[in-house]
Design a binder for this molecule. Sequence first.
Ligand code: CA
Ligand code: CA
Ligand code: CA
Ligand code: CA
Length: 466
Amino acid sequence: MRRQFSPVGLSVCGAVLAMATVLAQTPGPLPPVAGQMAVTAVTGSEALRPAEASVAINPTNPLHVIATLIQSNQPGRQPRSSNWGYVSTDGGRTWVGTPAANPGGRVQGDDVVAFGRDGTAFHSYIAFDGIRVERPDVASSGIFVRRSRDGVEWQAPVAVIDHVNTAMPFEDKPWLVVDRAAASPHRGQVYVAWTRFDVYGSNDPTHRTHIWFARSKDGGQTFQPPFRISDESGDALDGDNTVEGAVPAVGPNGEVYVVWAGPKGLVLDRSDDGGWTFGADRIITPLTGGWDIPLPGLERHNGMPVTAVDLSSGPHRGSLYVNFIDQRNGDTDVFVLASRDGGRTWDAPVRVNDDPKGADQMFTWMAVDPADGSLNVIFHDRRGQKGTLTGVTLARSIDGGRTFMNHRVPVDPFDCCAASSFVGDYNGIDIQGGRLVAVFPVIREGTQRIMALSARFRPGSQALLP
Ligand SMILES: [Ca+2]
Ligand SMILES: [Ca+2]
Ligand SMILES: [Ca+2]
Ligand SMILES: [Ca+2]
């Protein structure tokens, strides 16, 4: 089953040029509106509670973009999520969706998509049954990765880890990265980091959380046996005292960084042998408000840290960045923390949102452009709004994360999130050579949709290009 959705709000000029493209029978990119950001729909109105969208741009063809996300798969019953892949071949303007295979009928979610250097796409996700139930009828818990060249046809998923007939331990919230660093001796390796709950949600103090890690040395065909990298465990309650939210990133020499949230703050671990061994954990900043940051209108909201490295040949090459939500200034803000020496020392955190104190910012995600080293951060934003009305902001830094310019994303504020309390745990963003695509949920007239922002910046500048 595939569905085609059209962009909304096309300009007359864009529509005419789009028609010319159709007449020429060359299915190519729709021309963007000069110097503007475009916001179009990824999911159609019939999609059921889509959430947790991740997006990646093909480095061999920046018009080819894949988004992965969850939708409910049982209308009218207790919602169970399963994942979908959406593909754009026009730089994020129009999208075609396909449900992912789910032969076991498990609950699937926590989707992540990333491209390798050669244009192979990788999609990781959890697939489970029987958590939060004392005596479940069926139980399982696993993390899987599948590969594709086009985002439409996917190879059969391979297990990174899988527990059959039990949901203990529960393997949760993986994030995936591919080593794309030109000079890395480990180039092409695929890394996945995640949270292991001994028993999800248990308040038994002997039930703990840990960060686990696995690598693939054969381009995602198989994963080597996973192992624990966190030195200190957390509780199993999925809250401020849990260790969770691990996101890996790869530096210019193939060094692997993983940052997660824990009771003492954000934790960094590092591997210098391609993910074979990791070192002693380091606390890099306190996380004021912790993992769990409740906000009005949201079922849940968290301080999940996003980690990325500048792989460009620019002046900030090798800088390591962590983007997160925190309440250190009293209200909820977006921050970026930078290290210029591989995680040994850190600059003071920079407040990314540039509004006066008082409004809440939420669900941040970050991408660093491998062409120019710019940092690009997307987040939901309640600045200037009443109550739970929410807009979207894109912030961009062209000076190594020292200052950010905030760009208002052209989305009318929506009431977040009275109609659908679950908007997930994260937004998505990627950028390649100034071509930016971000994905995020918007709720309008009771319907939650995933929208895509597409924009093109002149590399090294804040200027939007036509
Ligand atoms: Ca999730
Ligand atoms: Ca460690
Ligand atoms: Ca908290
Ligand atoms: Ca704020």
